[in-house]
Design a protein around this ligand. Structure first.
Ligand SMILES: Nc1ncnc2c1ncn2[C@@H]1O[C@H](COP(=O)(O)OP(=O)(O)O)[C@@H](O)[C@H]1O
Ligand SMILES: [Mg+2]
Length: 248
């Protein structure tokens, strides 16, 4: 049961002469809720892109559910797309379409292209779609154009998309960055509720308190290196000062 969902071995990633990550060794087990903390430019988004296989490491290896992401057949890649749900920093919502289509995008890997296309042409909200929207409190928005929604509501659309996908691993890159503290706590709460106990969550955050309240483990990244990796209960004030200010 407690198998490694992710295993990074001596992972480095450079962009030209710019080193985004270096020497990262990391194992994450099923059911862990991991917060990745660190200043801008620390390598958090790069790490998440490596974790879902959308980016390849320059050095070392990334194993996702026991499979090296450097050697994926197209069938395995599709299977992983179904098992991994990502909320990127920009949410990746299509603005001009109705909310239901953005939520149904979570079924792309399950449905395949023909059925997904058919649902765009003949939109028919089904029970699973409505349940997902209801869970995040925006069932009223099913036929709304996505661009008409507020920031907090759009965040909920992205979470409903995860909910309908039912992934084993959730990767969320600063899902609460643009929200006020109350809404940020609400969205973190929702993320916790829509993922079941068996699913693994890796989320990048800027607020250590949200990590303490909603995660089990905190990893500090600075200049592409892991500077701490600890249970949130042991997350020390000094480590955080060092992380953000570069001194103890
Ligand atoms: N596609 C890219 N091309 C060039 N440099 C990049 C690219 N993505 C990230 N970087 C660089 O890698 C470093 C880490 O970036 P990033 O992972 O976005 O950090 P964070 O998410 O912690 O702010 C930064 O110096 C950034 O400029
Ligand atoms: Mg980032």
């Amino acid at each position: 049961m407690n198998k490694d969902v992710l295993r990074l071995t001596r992972v480095g990633r450079s962009f030209g002469s710019n080193v985004a990550l270096r020497g990262v060794d990391l194992s994450i087990r099923a059911g862990e809720r991991v917060a990745v903390l660190g200043p801008s430019g620390a390598g958090k988004s790069t790490l998440l892109a490596l974790l879902n296989g959308s980016l390849q490491p320059s050095e070392g290896s990334v194993e996702l559910f026991g499979v090296d992401t450097a050697h994926l057949s197209s069938r395995t890649r599709r299977e992983l797309q179904r098992r991994v749900g990502t909320i990127s920093q920009g949410l990746d919502l299509i603005e001009q379409v109705r909310v239901m289509h953005n939520v149904n995008a979570g079924r792309l890997a399950e449905w395949g292209a023909p059925r997904s296309l058919a649902s765009l042409v003949w939109p028919r909200p089904d029970a699973r779609l409505l349940t997902a929207l209801e869970a995040v409190g925006i069932e009223w928005a099913v036929h709304e154009r996505t661009e008409r929604l507020s920031g907090g509501e759009r965040q909920r659309v992205a979470i409903a998309r995860l909910l309908i996908q039912r992934p084993d691993l959730v990767l969320a890159d600063e899902p609460v960055a643009s929200l006020d503290p109350t809404r940020a706590a609400e969205v973190m709460e929702l993320l916790g509720r829509v993922t079941d106990a068996a699913s693994t969550v890796v989320v990048t955050l800027h607020q250590p308190q949200l990590a303490r309240d909603h995660c089990t483990r905190a990893i500090g990244l600075r200049e592409g290196r892991v500077v701490f990796d600890t249970a949130v209960a042991d997350l020390a004030h000094d480590s955080l000062v060092e992380l953000y200010a570069g001194r103890a």
